[in-house]
Design a protein around this ligand. Structure first.
Ligand code: ATR
Length: 485
């Protein structure tokens, strides 16, 4: 079973000990990154393992390999010498750092050597023949990089090795899936960091890895699902899907895949056997060319937010459409939508799904948008009225006034002061729906609520489409029945 190792990058020994105490119950071992310690702390490094009573890896990384150590090699050697008098379980030496006396000292003290390689070219295969534990570490900066890493891992993983162990590490947003999937990839250790210390935006601290991703339960045969987007690491979707897998006893995990190029992701999907995935900006349109079949909503909107594998074939759905309608139907019943008049603000990708959803439900729609030509294009396709985001738009919105749907990014975090239609006066019997979910209540919705309107925030739509995705992925109903977000 892959071990979870907390990387300690504090400047002070005391700070590192506090981190260990905070996460002790979630991790198996820790790595003291001595290169991050302030100068006066260094003379204590040999005492550190006894202070934390967990297995400890000692490493002193140079700047070239992602560390902070910038003194001479002689200094580094001396520091390792001091460290190796301590009760360390492992010491991590870079591939080029070959010092026989240190190696001997480690071996004589029962300290196992991890040998770190920072690229994955064929040369490193020889590392498997050594008694040291080879560690292959990269920082992918694209989906293509991550694909190369996974290909190399899969080819190295089954090769016999002298130590019987190997470590694979891909850092950063693109590499995040490898952190969760260490066991699946055959890595002896995976590395995590205290909250807020890595770039993976709140996904790679020990508690999140254990509680949300259930790191310790992932086996080689665990089914893999995920979400692709760019950026994607802010996503809340893993917190929606993973607890539901757990609750229903489904052996599956849902992970964010930072994705810049789709052809490379499709290869990744094949070799990692990803069974299904959510699709977010900017891939909702371009993913369609990779599908073998698609729902009517995908064809009509040119947008797909969910893909599932059926054998070798890919099927696409656009649950933004039904996810958008669900909260309305919950409040009105599906029949009462028919014949209503609605104004849709915006004419981008999200507006497209909304207009299709409304028109298919028998709602009369007008579209108003900053760029009138885009409103015109969308309106002609769905046979609705349109205007710019101006005085004429306001006049039209006053007529199409049962329902107002806000689909632009105006008012979204961090620019929360924005209001796409500040002159618009709400009336109490209207329904006002803003697709933005951060913040939960935009200025636009706040104004509507104050006027007595029924308001719906984008968070509800996000959950509804996720529930539908969950059913498509697993064949089971989402278990928390709308009570969890
Ligand atoms: P999405 O897929 O989220 O809909 P999009 O396709 O880029 O994203 O569409 C963004 C929508 O927000 C568009 O309607 C855009 O108006 P334009 O077509 O005029 O660009 C609208 N939008 C973005 N910023 C805006 C702003 N500051 N004021 C008004 N509308 C804005």
């Amino acid at each position: 079973m892959a071990l979870l190792c907390l990387e300690l990058t504090g400047k002070k020994i005391r700070e590192n000990i506090q981190q260990v105490e905070k996460y002790r119950s979630s991790v198996d071992l820790v790595e003291l990154r001595a290169d991050c310690l302030a100068g006066e702390e260094l003379f204590q490094i040999h005492k550190f393992p006894l202070m934390v009573s967990l297995p400890v890896i000692l490493s002193i990384r140079r700047e070239e390999t992602g560390g902070s150590f910038n003194a001479s090699e002689e200094e580094r050697r001396k520091l390792f010498e001091l460290g190796l008098t301590g009760n360390y379980a492992f010491v991590d030496f870079e591939a080029g750092f070959q010092v026989p006396s240190l190696k001997e000292k480690a071996l004589n003290s029962g300290i196992k050597i991890i040998r770190s390689f920072y690229n994955l070219s064929g040369v490193e295969r020889s590392a498997l023949l050594s008694s040291e534990i080879p560690k292959f570490e990269v920082r992918p900066s694209s989906t293509a990089d991550f694909l190369r890493f996974i290909e190399a891992v899969l080819s190295l993983k089954e090769e016999p090795s002298c130590s019987g162990r190997r470590i694979f590490v891909a850092r950063g947003d693109y590499g995040f899936p490898s952190v969760v999937l260490a066991e699946k990839l055959g890595s002896f250790i995976t590395y995590c960091s205290a909250e807020g210390r890595e770039s993976a935006h709140g996904h790679s601290d020990p508690e999140t890895l254990q509680e949300i991703y259930r790191f310790k339960n992932i086996k080689r045969e665990t089914s893999l699902f995920g979400i692709i987007g760019n950026p994607v690491m802010h996503t809340r979707s893993p917190r929606i899907h993973n607890p539901a897998f757990k609750h229903l006893g489904i052996d599956a995990v849902y992970i964010p895949f930072q994705t810049d190029t789709l052809p490379e992701f499709m290869k990744l999907m094949d070799i990692m056997d990803i069974r299904g995935f959510s699709v977010t900006i900017p891939h909702k349109e371009r993913i369609i060319e990779f599908l073998d079949s698609q729902s009517e909503a995908v064809s009509a909107t040119g947008s797909c937010n969910t893909v599932v594998r059926r054998g070798k074939k890919l099927h696409g759905e656009n649950y933004d459409v039904e996810g958008f309608l669900d909260p309305l139907k919950k409040r009105l019943g599906s029949e009462r939508l028919k014949g209503m008049k609605a104004t849709v603000i915006g004419a981008g990708g999200a507006a497209r799904s909304v207009v299709f959803a409304l028109v298919s439900s028998g709602v009369e729609v007008c579209i108003i948008n900053r760029t009138k030509e885009k409103a015109e294009k969308l309106a002609k396709e769905f046979r609705c009225k349109y205007e710019g985001l101006d005085e004429s738009g306001l006049d039209l919105a006053r007529i199409y006034n049962n329902l107002v749907v806000q689909t632009t990014s105006v008012g979204m975090y961090p620019n929360v002061d924005g209001d796409p239609l500040p002159e618009y006066e709400f009336k109490r019997d209207q329904i006002v729906y803003d697709l933005i979910y951060i913040p939960e209540e935009t200025n636009f919705l706040k104004r509507a609520k104050e006027a007595g309107c029924t308001v719906i925030g984008g968070g509800e739509m996000l959950l509804q489409q996720a529930y539908r995705q969950f059913s498509l992925f697993t064949g089971k109903q989402y278990p928390f029945n709308g009570s969890r977000d």
